[in-house]
Design a protein. Structure first.
Length: 758
């Protein structure tokens, strides 16, 4: 009996011992994790990066602090407190050695000069390192080579000096490298050619010298390369032509020379090429016509000679061409007529400006002494005119008499009208492609602006739908005014409206004319059949018709229209009242910006950056106007951000700042804010574009106007090719998109190249 019971007792004892050990191990493991978490929390508290009212509250986990992300065990994996308004702390005040699981560090916008802390080099899991705009000084530490997991390294806009350490070539996982706008010097390290995964390289705004190494041609995944504003010399290596994924190439403002490398014409995906401000010479090769995706070409300020290849005109995607300040000769190819922005000034061009370029500002052609200015009316020469008129008079003398009679009759009508204007004090100047329209016709068509014709009201006036005697349906904006009888107002009004009628953009409502009358004044616009974007989003049927593709195009078109108003005309226009009510849709759901420049018509002394009465629509007005009253382009940028979010969400955000702070604090996912009337996008191209739109919209909504992008930057971002998402669409949060953290969701190496947001 004892022989049997003894082994049983041993077995039970062994089981108890094993269970005890498991409990002990679990307890120790839990205590170890708790201790490690406590060490990390203490490091965060002692850094001084967060206000004391946050760090002193021990009942709140550090994982809930602004900019902190933790894993399931409570260990810190991400710190992102970029673009703070207050700049109080040093980058080196954090004990990085106590954050062993940190994979992402984003610290941008801090003011105190500091060096890159060497402790950062001891973070074994670090993948994303952003230290831009921090007033960093000193040199790049050699120990950065230890960050073997690093994928993104961004230190742009600092004061880093010295050479690029060759050891950076050991960071084999690097996808994104931005060293721009520092004080780095020396030659381009050949070892950087080891970065085979590199997709984006930015070196602009430094003092690099020497030649561009041939080895750069081995960076086969490179899509963006910017080496502008340095002192690089020598030739462009032919090997750059091997970078068949290259989308963006900027070598401008260096000391490069030689002929245009023929291998550059192999870059089929190239969308933007900038070579201005160098010493290139020789002819522009005909093979440049092979760059079928090229949208921007700038070779200003070189010594290119010979004729302009007509093949450039075959580049159907080209919207910007600058060949000014070269030594080009010959005539201007007629094939260039489709290019929206062109500058051929200060060359040796001869002959006539092609008729399809007659509407381009003549400043684009000045400095070409042999070039004949185009006569806008294209009058025939006297000899040709007589050759045609004499046979016509001989064959159809009756027709001549009728024509003469009509001319005399028209002169009498003009004389009578002048007498009426002088007698009645009416200032009338309305026109469209049909010619002059009588004031009485407008009054009759609207039954003296009867309310039944009113289709909308705004801060500057009411809009009426009317059908003119010629059958054309127009929109009349009757303006509120009190100064029409003031002669000085009359003059300024006419000057401003003349300027506005010269605005020509495919996404801006065309202004046909105006009336300045002692009883009323109004503007004559194109009529948009589908009404405002606000109405479309408010109607469930139309909102569904306005699917994701159409909505993205609306955002893209309005961004380009605002960029045009701010940056592409001689006298920039600040809209001041951008809202979904002032974006109109035609039958094809194409968007048009309306009501532009009205503020300048009614406030003659208004100009950008001057104080003015607050104008605009509640919910779209930039917050700084509440206390500064300073109106500039950044006010429009903010309003654009509101509209862009409204298009994505399907409704207005309400109190914007409060809403955004709530969304960021609660870590709302991007897909949760999408208009529920539309399906979640399944196409990668649509998802990418939505991410880009929201990211840029959030940047536009920055409470600090200085940190908002310009509309030109927004427009160019939409023009740039869309790269692949790193994270699944469902896993992207709004907080991750705050500050436009592209590396979270962009991945290098995509072959896509689109000039639209789709």
């Amino acid at each position: 009996m004892n022989l049997v019971s003894k082994p049983i007792g041993l077995h039970v004892c062994q089981l108890m011992t094993a269970s005890t050990w498991i409990v002990i191990v679990l307890a120790l493991s839990h205590n170890f994790l708790a201790l490690a978490t406590k060490i990390e929390e203490d490091a965060l508290r002692r850094s001084g990066w967060w206000p004391s009212y946050i760090t002193s509250n021990t009942s709140v986990s550090h994982c809930t602090w602004l900019g902190i992300s933790c894993d399931d065990s409570g260990s810190v994996v991400e710190i992102n407190i970029s673009r703070q308004d207050d700049c109080y702390y040093y980058l080196s005040s954090m004990n990085y050695s106590q954050l062993p699981n940190l994979s992402s560090l984003r610290m941008s916008g801090y003011c105190f000069p500091d060096i890159i802390p060497l402790q950062i080099c001891a973070l074994p899991k670090l993948r994303y390192l952003h230290l831009s705009t921090n007033a960093l000084i000193g040199e790049l530490p050699l120990c950065l080579q230890n960050l073997t997991m690093l994928e993104v390294f961004d230190i742009h806009d600092n004061q880093i000096v010295g050479l690029i350490p060759p050891e950076l070539g050991n960071l084999k996982r690097l996808i994104y490298l931005d060293l721009s706008f520092n004080s780095l010097n020396g030659m381009f390290p050949i070892t950087l050619a080891n970065l085979k995964n590199l997709a984006q390289l930015y070196l602009q705004g430094n003092s690099f010298n020497g030649s561009i190494p041939l080895e750069i041609g081995s960076l086969m995944n490179l899509a963006y390369l910017n080496m502008a504003w340095n002192s690089f010399s020598g030739f462009i290596p032919l090997e750059i032509g091997n970078l068949n994924r290259l989308i963006y190439l900027d070598l401008s403002m260096n000391s490069l020379h030689g002929m245009f490398p023929i291998t550059l014409t192999n870059l089929k995906n190239l969308a933007q090429l900038y070579l201005q401000g160098n010493s290139f010479y020789g002819s522009i090769p005909l093979e440049i016509g092979n760059l079928t995706n090229l949208a921007y070409l700038c070779m200003k300020g070189n010594a290119f000679n010979g004729s302009i290849p007509s093949e450039i005109g075959n580049l159907k995607s080209l919207i910007y061409l600058d060949l000014s300040y070269n030594a080009l000769s010959g005539t201007i190819p007629i094939t260039l007529g489709h290019i929206d922005n062109i500058d051929l000034s200060y060359n040796y061009l001869t002959g006539k400006i092609p008729g399809n370029l007659a509407n381009v500002n003549y400043g684009a052609f000045i400095g070409n002494e042999g070039l004949e200015k185009t006569d806008g009316s294209r009058r025939m020469s006297r000899v040709v005119l007589m050759t045609i008129l004499i046979p016509l008079m001989a064959i159809s003398f009756i027709f001549y008499l009728v024509l003469r009679h009509l001319i005399l009759f028209r002169r009498r009508m003009k004389s009578t009208q002048s007498e009426m204007i002088e007698k009645n004090g009416d200032f009338l100047s309305i026109w469209n492609y049909d010619g002059r329209i009588a004031y009485e016709d407008i009054i009759n068509a609207t039954e003296d602006f009867d309310i039944k014709y009113c289709i909308g009201t705004g801060g500057y006036g009411s809009v009426y739908r009317t059908q003119l005697p010629n059958g054309k349906i127009m929109a009349l904006k009757k303006l509120h005014h009190h100064e029409a009888e003031d002669p000085s107002f009359d003059k300024s009004f006419r000057n401003e409206v003349k300027h506005l009628t010269e605005v020509r953009h495919r996404s801006i409502i065309k202004l046909h004319g105006f009336c300045l009358h002692k009883q009323c004044m109004f503007l004559v616009y194109e009529y948009m059949e589908r009404g405002s974007l606000f109405c479309a989003l408010s109607n469930d049927i139309e909102a569904v018709e306005l699917d994701w593709s159409k909505r993205l195009v609306v955002v893209w078109d309005i961004a380009h229209a605002l960029s045009y108003l701010h940056h592409d005309i001689t006298r920039p226009i600040v809209h001041r009242d951008i809202s979904s009510n002032n974006i109109l849709l035609d039958n094809n759901m194409q968007a048009f910006l309306s009501d532009f420049g009205t503020a300048r018509l009614l406030e003659p002394n208004f100009s950008s950056n001057l104080t003015a009465n607050i104008a605009g629509t509640r919910g779209y007005i930039a917050p700084e106007l509440a206390y500064t009253l300073v109106v500039n382009e950044k006010c429009d940028v903010y309003s654009f951000g509101v509209v862009a979010m409204e298009i994505i969400m399907g409704e207005h955000l309400g109190e914007i700042i409060l809403m955004l702070s709530t969304l960021f604090r609660e870590d709302i996912m991007l897909h949760q804010i999408l208009d529920p009337r539309l399906p979640i996008p399944r196409e990668n191209s649509i998802a990418r574009s939505i991410v880009l739109v929201v990211s840029l919209a959030l940047a536009c909504l920055n409470s600090n106007p200085k940190l908002r992008p310009t509309m030109k930057q927004v427009s160019e971002a939409f023009m740039a090719p869309k790269l692949a998402l790193v994270k699944p669409f469902y896993s992207i949060s709004l907080a991750q998109l705050q500050g436009n953290n592209r590396e979270v969701w962009w991945e290098g190496g995509s072959k896509e190249n689109s000039s639209s947001p789709q």
